[in-house]
Ligand binder design. Structure first.
Ligand code: SF4
Length: 324
């Protein structure tokens, strides 16, 4: 921006610090900039290309913010407190082409990609909802959209999030969640040297069930596993495997055993997520006994498997409930 305006480098650094470190996007508040420059900046396109819409607050502390983009398209971002940590779930597209059958976001297909500024801007908007003493500790690219379908902009946003003069969030605190697109995983590995944590939304351990639940992806499960084996995972890190449990579809003992077999060559932990019901699906979660039995098959075969608590389910902010 500073270069485009013909400003000297130090003015660029000041602007960057105001926007990225302090989250100030109103030129009037950038008090170390000369008056003429502030006035000029105020005549340009808004620095933050979006504004906040409705905010819903869950009884468990989760907050869901509606994000209204300059073209009136809408996405959502979610703040999830956990002890002294605050995680923000961020969207990367308006709508989604993958169309997972249990997901509200993908029901109407892809509308458009978000720009890097729109991805990053959700963090600045989210700051307005931080409670006193809260500080962002983690970002998960797990909101509306498939991040690997918008990879170049997502990579720019990740780079900016990690800038030491800005938000300063190290790559290991950023998790990219994907349904598994081998070429995108390879590109991410190259661009971030494997430092960005990866969560793979698998949801099935055989091709037929996977096609049924995650219809918009052509890569086979075997090819996804091969891509993960190529990923330069840092020592002591594991992939997270997300597995939404859907009653009668992927929750049988045989599904659990197939999952163990599929993941046997990878360092993983599995998050089991009983489906979050919402108004746009008839699918249901398994009962608690079935979930426990599924988990036991994994853990008894030395696969770490955790039952993920539903956060923000009462405000439709839980996994698969965001709406674009
Ligand atoms: S779960 Fe993710 S990848 Fe699947 S349709 Fe929803 S937004 Fe897209």
């Amino acid at each position: 921006m500073a270069i485009a305006l013909g400003l000297p480098g130090y003015r660029g650094s000041q602007l960057f610090s105001w926007i990225h470190k302090r989250g100030v996007t109103d030129p009037e508040e950038m008090t170390n900039l000369p008056r003429e420059l502030r006035d000029h900046l105020a005549t340009l396109e808004p620095i933050l290309p979006m504004k906040g819409g409705t905010v819903l607050r869950s009884s468990d502390g989760t907050r869901k913010l509606e994000v209204v983009l300059a073209d009136e398209a809408r996405v959502e971002t979610v703040l999830i407190p956990d002890g002294d940590k605050l995680t923000q779930c961020i969207s990367t597209q308006v709508g989604c082409a993958v169309g997972c059958v249990f997901c509200r976001s993908g029901k109407d297909g892809l509308k458009r990609n978000l720009t890097a500024a729109e991805i990053l801007g959700q963090i600045f908007l989210g700051r307005g909802e931080h409670l006193s003493g809260e500080r962002l500790s983690n970002v998960v690219l797990m909101g509306v959209g498939e991040p690997l379908h918008n990879l170049e902009r997502v990579l720019s946003a990740i780079e900016l999030m990690g800038h030491p003069d800005g938000i300063g969030l190290s790559s290991r605190r950023i998790t990219l969640s994907t349904v598994g697109i081998p070429s995108g995983i390879d590109r991410l590995a190259k661009a971030t040297s494997g430092k960005t944590a990866l969560a793979i939304s698998l949801h099935a351990a055989d091709e037929e069930t996977r096609k049924r639940l995650v219809p918009g992806v052509s890569a086979s499960l075997v090819d996804i596993v091969k891509a993960l084996k190529r990923y330069p995972l840092p020592k002591r890190r594991r992939f997270t495997i997300e597995y939404v449990l859907v009653k009668g579809i992927n929750d049988r003992d045989v599904d659990a055993r197939n999952l163990v077999r599929l993941l046997s060559s990878l360092k993983v932990k599995v998050n089991l997520i009983p489906l979050n019901p919402h108004d746009r699906t008839d699918l249901m979660p398994p009962d608690d006994g079935r979930v426990a039995a599924f988990q036991k098959i994994l853990t008894s075969r030395d696969v770490s498997a955790f039952l993920r608590r539903r956060r923000g389910a009462d405000i439709n902010a839980a996994c698969g409930q965001l709406l674009a």
